[in-house]
Ligand binder design. Structure first.
Ligand code: CUA
Length: 213
């Protein structure tokens, strides 16, 4: 989970999140290289004394500085597209969990496992145990197996919510009247915390998600 002074991404707990982190680092590297180059050029402009009164056009340099950024963008666009299709792939799930967003709590259904249904409310600060996390712990956790493909169906009962777990690389909107699908694979045991990330009303920040694996 995320704690104080953590400015980067959380450690991944699924193969998809691992790929997302690789892509993030790759894109950031390109961004740094562009920023350094452009920053250097702009800085050196202050010390340029050359003046050419007859310079009106430069076909070659225009060609270069149009095509070169387009090629650089391809190096971001193609891996991004690969990741997009990778995230969308469903690989024969062994469990399906249905999560329904409400104002302001989540409810869950294990439709293919004993038909378990329950609500999951945040634990208020005054009822929190000493080892609990404020605004993050819930009364009923989701329990899921590790090392297996899990399918998630997300929907909502009132307004749009978003079922988001950073360590697993999952973020799916729950929309009333629609059912959205995603999947993940938890590759280590632990507690994985998430929060609703679609502005859904006054208590938007009070509907966290906890997975126990
Ligand atoms: Cu539900 Cu924000």
């Amino acid at each position: 989970m995320s704690t104080w002074a953590n400015l980067g991404l959380q450690d991944s707990a699924s193969p998809l999140m691992e790929q997302l982190i690789f892509f993030h680092d790759h894109a950031l590297l390109i961004l740094v290289m562009i920023t350094v180059l452009v920053g250097y050029l702009m800085f050196m402009l202050f010390f340029n004394n050359y003046v050419n009164r007859f310079l009106l056009h430069g076909q070659l340099i225009e060609m270069i500085w149009t095509i070169l950024p387009a090629i650089i963008l391809l190096f971001i666009a193609l891996p991004s597209l690969r990741l997009l299709y990778l995230l969308d792939e469903i690989n024969e799930p062994s469990v399906t969990l249905k999560s329904i967003g409400h104002q302001w709590y989540w409810s869950y259904e294990y439709s293919d496992f004993n038909n378990i249904e329950f609500d999951s409310y945040m634990i208020p600060t005054n009822e929190l145990s000493t080892d609990g996390f404020r605004l993050l712990d819930v009364d009923n956790r989701i329990v899921l197996p590790m090392n297996s493909q899990i399918r998630i169906l997300v929907t909502a009962a009132d307004v749009i919510h978003s079922w988001t777990i950073p360590a697993l690389g999952v973020k799916v909107d729950g929309t009333p009247g629609r059912s959205n699908q995603t999947n993940f694979f938890i590759n280590r045991p632990g507690l994985f915390y998430g929060q609703c990330s679609e502005i859904c009303g006054a208590n938007h920040s009070l509907m966290p998600i906890v997975i126990e694996s």
